[in-house]
Design a protein around this ligand. Structure first.
Ligand code: ATP
Length: 351
């Protein structure tokens, strides 16, 4: 199902939670609504579910305006952070519940519950109650209950945030597999950029009730259209250095930086965004940006080295290093931003 939002705004008294949001989401995609806490992701999801009504603007499902369509008539399945299973019912009855509400014949209910339980791999647990299940199993049951009516749209509100890191990763892959197998359009809310990047076909990045960028995860990472996107997406986060444009030259601390300047670049101060994995740590020397190591974090396969780079070059820069590379706080090597590195230059919006 195609989802369109046209200038959708939601106000709660003086608070504007969603501010003129316009989106066109293609059928069959898994879309992540990503952004910091309070940016309006859940409010957007609840407007899609029909639980909240927009203050202004229109929502269309396949060209049908649904602003006035109540939740139960929207053909939408929803999974919550808290799972929200019925504690006194077995897994079977939890999954069967939406079909019972539709008053389907018992035989069909049994068939569809079993089919869905197999898909989400809880078919061996049908007689248990929610309290007898692990968090991951409860989440699978919640997913089955949301999908058993074969909804045209699946809404997921931070569905993985109650799971530990390893289980979260496994469930991410599961949600993806199930969503693909059914071909259902899905919208997932998350504040975790790694989650959005690994699960979604399309990411809508929100801030203060607005969409600040949208695209495939790869596009948002490689060609962020603005500073907010560049900072929010990528882990460890983007390094920012203070640079200077003069004519066709770009310099950081008097050192030339070789990269194409955006057409809009004018002479003056700019910020240069550079991904940590595009920075190399080298021994101090000519043509390198000097710095002092201030922090070393061992991750196992590599370490992340924070360097206070250059005189007036800006904020500290983070660079990866081999676990055995000698970088010790207070002495360490220089951060080299040399020839051939792929740098990303972003000029301030008002430049
Ligand atoms: P989080 O990740 O913390 O859940 P979010 O991006 O989902 O955040 P929303 O829950 O959509 O954000 O909230 C957006 C803004 O609207 C916030 O400032 C929030 O305080 C406000 N808000 C949400 N619901 C209500 C409400 N019922 N009454 C008043 N303000 C609300």
């Amino acid at each position: 199902m195609r989802i369109r939002l046209d200038g959708v705004t939601k106000r709660f008294g003086a608070v504007t939670a969603v501010d003129g949001l316009t989106l066109d989401l293609e059928p069959g995609r898994l879309v992540a609504l990503l952004g910091p806490s309070g940016c309006g992701k859940s409010t957007t999801l609840y407007m899609l579910a029909g639980v909240l009504r927009p203050t202004a603007g229109d929502i269309y499902f396949d060209d049908v305006r649904v602003n006035d369509v109540p939740p139960q008539r929207r053909n939408v399945g929803m999974v919550f952070q808290s799972y929200a299973l019925y504690p006194h019912m077995t897994v079977f009855e939890n999954i069967a519940f939406p079909l019972r509400m539709q008053k389907l014949p018992e035989g069909e209910i049994r068939r569809r519950v079993r089919e869905m339980a197999e898909l989400v791999q809880v078919d061996a647990l049908l007689d248990r109650r929610p309290e007898q299940l692990s968090g991951g199993q409860q989440q699978r049951v919640a997913l089955a209950r949301a999908l058993v009516k074969r909804p045209a749209l699946l809404l997921l509100d931070e569905p993985l945030s109650n799971l530990d890191a390893q289980l979260r990763q496994a469930m991410r892959a599961e949600i993806r597999r199930i969503q693909r197998e059914l071909g259902v359009t899905a919208v997932l809310v998350t504040h975790d950029q790694t989650e959005a990047m690994t699960i979604a076909d399309w990411v809508v990045l929100m801030n203060a009730g607005r969409c600040v960028a949208q695209g495939t995860p790869y596009e948002l990472y490689q060609t962020p259209p603005n500073r907010f996107t560049a900072s929010f997406i990528g882990h460890p986060p983007m390094n920012w250095l203070q640079g200077r444009v003069s004519g066709t030259r770009l310099q950081v601390d008097g050192l030339p930086v070789y990269l194409p300047l955006p057409a809009a670049a004018r002479d003056g101060e700019v910020e240069i965004g550079i991904r940590p994995h595009h920075v190399q740590l080298v021994a101090p020397g000519k043509g390198h940006l000097d710095g002092v190591v201030t922090m070393v974090e061992l991750l196992g396969h590599e370490k992340l080295v924070t360097v206070e780079a250059g005189r007036g070059a800006g904020a500290p820069a983070v660079a990866p290093a081999a676990p055995d590379q000698g970088a010790v706080p207070g002495q360490g090597p220089a951060a080299g931003a040399g020839d051939g590195l792929r740098l990303q230059a972003l000029v301030p919006a008002d430049a």
